[in-house]
Design a protein around this ligand. Structure first.
Ligand SMILES: Cc1ncc(COP(=O)(O)O)c(C=O)c1O
Length: 396
């Protein structure tokens, strides 16, 4: 029997395989250094260029780059006037940012469960949770797989609701022949350090509406009628504060990195897809494993590879499985600890784990495997072999 390292066997790898290290090329470093030497480092020409390139890539009329996706989600809710006494429907199967921003504007998050097979917000459950107070829906394109936007748009049109897509994972994803972030709805990308495109920290709101783009820019820089770059022009020092905005802008240093990363987004997505196919073929052979589904007509961005394992068939649980992988020198992760299990949300909404049974069950089974363009075929094989070692050894 091939004894796992956690039980005293030799680790499968001699070096640790990280979960999601940043992939920064020399030309990206050069671009950032050029900005650092240019005499202008905060929001300026590079942010504008990045916005134009993002809009051209997705097909949206406007992109507004910001300090994070959280800032983008928050500002979108704020600009559309969502606040006290309003309800916003979203999924608990997400990172807390999606729900926190609803609380930040004073509204109430109304969670609806996911579809058991897809990890994506259930449109049937959305219909059941609509109330007179519902103002918006925030679907999450979990792992980079688009949510059921046709049905979500239909529900939103019927009930006059706003849709803000949490597209934090989904740059490069395609739904019904159109890229996510094409401007049909407000959609928000994240460029956080582990995302498919990174600016270290950062995000962008994509919109088809020029007024919304204008408001986003105003709100992101204290409501100033001129940004710092415009004020710098000779004789152009005067400005007004049109509204009490926030400080959520991106910098040109980040945008320089983003511009270069965007050039590689398609190539990187294809590499992620190849890795996903390798994993899917490999784990497809195991009765205790369930590989992520890809719906027809969808291009997956493969930000994550959320494998599910039926631990009732093994002698260990998910947490021990991840510890055993770590002992083999292979990292794994869990996406997500559903928001309704977080102590703050449990306290204020009195949630029980079983209130959202599909989310809870997915959480107990989920193991995110490493997936990123710089993984070699050998690395991917190591991940498969390490998992196989555990699945065989601990089989009931
Ligand atoms: C689904 C989801 N939404 C929103 C966010 C927030 O993104 P950011 O860190 O850019 O604010 C994240 C970040 O991990 C996320 O995973």
């Amino acid at each position: 029997m091939n004894v796992p390292a956690i039980e005293g066997g030799a680790p499968l790898r001699s070096t640790y395989l990280p979960f999601s290290p940043p992939d920064i090329t020399e030309s990206e470093i050069k671009s950032v250094v050029e900005v650092l030497k240019s005499g202008w480092i905060t929001r300026g020409k590079k942010c504008e260029e990045f916005e134009h390139l993002l809009a051209a890539y997705t097909g949206a009329a406007h992109a507004v780059v910001l300090s994070s996706a959280t800032a983008g989600l928050f500002l979108s809710l704020r600009i559309f006037g969502i606040g006290e006494d309003d309800e916003v429907i979203t999924t608990p199967y997400t990172f807390a940012a999606t729900a926190n921003v609803i609380l930040h504007v004073g509204a109430r998050p109304v969670f609806v469960d996911i579809d058991a097979d897809t990890f994506l917000i259930s449109t049937d459950q959305i219909k059941r949770k609509l109330s007179k107070k519902t103002r918006a829906i925030i679907p999450v394109h979990f792992a980079g797989h688009p949510a059921d936007m046709d049905e979500i748009s239909r529900i939103a049109d019927l009930h006059d609701l706003l849709v803000i897509e949490d597209a934090a994972h989904a740059i490069g994803a395609v739904y019904s022949g159109k890229r996510i972030g094409n401007g049909e709805h407000t959609a928000v990308f994240s460029f956080h350090a582990v995302k498919n495109l990174t600016t270290a920290e950062g995000g962008a709101v994509m919109t088809g509406d020029a007024r919304i783009a204008h408001q986003l820019r105003l709100f992101s820089l204290h409501g100033q009628t001129k940004d710092a770059y415009e004020k710098l022009r000779a004789g152009s020092w005067k400005y007004d504060i049109a509204l009490p905005g926030y400080k959520f802008n991106m910098t040109d240093i980040q945008a320089a990195l983003g511009i270069e990363q965007l050039r590689r987004i398609e190539e990187n997505r294809r590499r992620r897809e190849t890795i996903a196919q390798t994993y899917s073929t490999f784990f497809g052979e195991y009765a205790c494993a369930k590989v992520p589904e890809v719906k027809k007509g969808v291009t997956h961005a493969w930000h994550l590879f959320p494998l599910r394992i039926d631990f009732s068939r093994l002698r260990i649980d998910r947490d021990r499985f991840i510890a055993a992988l770590a002992a083999e020198n292979i990292s794994a992760n869990v996406h997500f600890i559903p928001v309704h299990l977080m102590s703050f949300y449990r306290k204020i909404f009195d949630f029980q784990p079983e209130d959202f049974p599909a989310s809870y069950s997915a959480f107990l089974q989920e193991v995110s495997l490493p997936i990123y363009p710089t993984l070699t075929q050998g690395d991917v094989q190591n991940v498969c072999e390490a998992c196989a070692r555990l699945l065989h050894y601990y089989k009931k």
